[in-house]
Design a protein around this ligand. Sequence first.
Ligand SMILES: Nc1ncnc2c1ncn2[C@@H]1O[C@H](COP(=O)(O)OP(=O)(O)OP(=O)(O)O)[C@@H](O)[C@H]1O
Length: 249
Amino acid sequence: MTHTIEHTGPGAPAAQSDTMLEVSGLNGWYGESHVLHDINLRVGSGEVVTLLGRNGAGKTTTLKAIMGLLKTRSGSIRFQGHEVIDTPARSIAKMGVGYVPDDRGIFGSLSVLENLLLPPKVAEGGFDLPDIYELFPNLQERLDSYGNKLSGGEQQMLSIARILRTGARFVLMDEPTEGLAPVIIHQIGHTVRRLKKAGFTILLVEQNFHFARELADRHYIVQEGRIIDEFRNDEVTENLDKIQGYLGI
Ligand SMILES: Nc1ncnc2c1ncn2[C@@H]1O[C@H](COP(=O)(O)OP(=O)(O)OP(=O)(O)O)[C@@H](O)[C@H]1O
């Protein structure tokens, strides 16, 4: 069945009580190196929430820990009320959590279509191919191209598109704008806005504060593996100096 995103409602964030993700006291390690320290964060259903911070702050590691890709972790990660701290990544994906990694994870020796069809469906209601082509017309034109022949922007779109196909409704996105030209960043921003309108929940890691500010409902500031502050998007203007100080911009 075609998933008509144009006809979906305005997608205002759901009530505070409707929690998609609740992380409490999350700690994470790479070997002996203690990288995440008592991370607490919450993402409501239908919200776009960002993790902002300088290089090496621990943003990617936080996403990996939530997705189950960082195995040495402790604390609590609840997805729609279910504790997943001991759940492997494969099972977390099956619960409807999609992950768009910072390296985009495209297989260079597979075509666009093969890359699109690769991740297994996890839920009904995912985008079918016409939905994807409507959202990303460039991908339809490049269906037979190999992944390694795509531009950075096309790879990013493919990486997002294949997650949408799976039926995941909660998407973790790691720096989707990294290294892309302004016109492509604009297109990615347009995509995130449409997904929000269609009711998706998004946890977004970003270095590009201006991009994050255009899209997000709330922001968490990550520094040295800790959440040190948080802001609603409508509090950003009055806290701009503070935020720019945190981010070093
Ligand atoms: N595979 C790894 N093994 C050991 N240490 C790592 C590994 N990956 C990241 N780190 C370290 O963990 C810390 C957090 O890194 P992380 O990649 O989560 O930061 P980030 O905020 O996402 O920054 P960036 O935007 O640069 O990716 C850094 O000190 C980094 O050097």
